[in-house]
Design a protein around this ligand. Structure first.
Ligand code: HEC
Length: 232
């Protein structure tokens, strides 16, 4: 069963190398991308909080404080990885090519699986935008490959880390550099889902997400359920 499996050390080197590369790339392109996607996010802002409302429902009366904005965001805007996101709606999987690092026997360097709350999926299908409080979790997974009865295949294994985005249509954290462009942005390593290792969305994220600027910074083409495919 270990055909094509790679050692944890090789994987860690790949992870470190790709993180370094990503940061460099992001710095280079951040300057060109300062015109944030305000237009795209205001559209989504009109569908206030369909996804967030069950969450915020515990906040009594009109006293929904900043703390109640999201269970995954504290009063200062620090983000953490939701514990239960694997029970959420699965949006799609990106297969990362071998040029991004060590590849397994089936030619895949890893998988990126993306999840969101069910309410966010429903709201997006109705309105075409992400509602306030929407959370996107992208988990980075190692892979193994080998011959199975379907042929040469590759499958996802351990989690290496997470990228998380939290939709904020109201600009709640103007002083916090993890927030901008209508979202909170954070990267986590697998050993610490409670504390981000990223510090500034413009430096760490914006450059690479610029191609998706017109779709509120999200690579929506990779998420068939958003577009109505498979309605069950
Ligand atoms: C090296 C370029 C790069 C950098 C740097 C980067 N991203 Fe991404 N991100 C992408 C691409 C490309 C996708 C979709 C395809 C994929 O995952 O390979 C994506 C997808 C995502 C997704 C899934 C939802 C979506 O937008 O499609 C999240 C969440 C995410 N990124 C968060 C972040 C955060 C937070 C940061 C900064 C801490 C960041 N990304 C930095 C390139 C990048």
């Amino acid at each position: 069963m270990n055909n094509g499996a790679r050692t944890g050390n090789a994987r860690r080197r790949e992870w470190n190398a790709s993180r370094a590369a990503m940061t460099t790339l992001a710095v280079a392109s951040a300057i060109a991308a300062t015109a944030a996607g305000v237009a795209a996010s205001t559209r989504a802002a009109t569908v206030a909080g369909r996804a967030a409302s069950p969450i915020a429902a515990t906040a009594a009366g009109g006293a929904a404080s900043r703390q109640k904005f999201s269970p995954y965001v504290d009063a200062r805007g620090s983000i953490r990885v939701p514990e239960d996101y694997r029970q959420w709606a699965f949006l799609g999987s990106w297969h990362i090519g071998p040029e991004m690092g060590v590849d397994d026997e089936a030619g895949v360097a890893g998988f990126h699986n993306v999840y969101t709350q069910r309410g966010t999926l429903e709201a997006f299908r109705e309105t075409g935008g992400f509602p306030d409080g929407a959370v996107l979790v992208k988990e980075l997974l190692k892979s193994e490959g080998g011959a199975l009865t379907t042929g040469q295949v590759s499958w996802a294994t351990d989690i290496e880390g997470w990228f998380v985005m939290v939709k904020d249509s109201q600009g709640r954290f103007p002083e916090n550099p993890l927030w901008g462009g209508g979202w909170g942005w954070a990267l986590f390593t697998s050993d610490d889902p409670g504390n981000t290792v990223s510090s500034n969305w413009r430096v760490d994220c914006l450059g690479c997400h610029t191609p998706a600027k017109d779709t509120d910074w999200v690579f929506v083409q990779g998420y068939p359920p958003l577009h109505g495919a498979g309605s069950r």
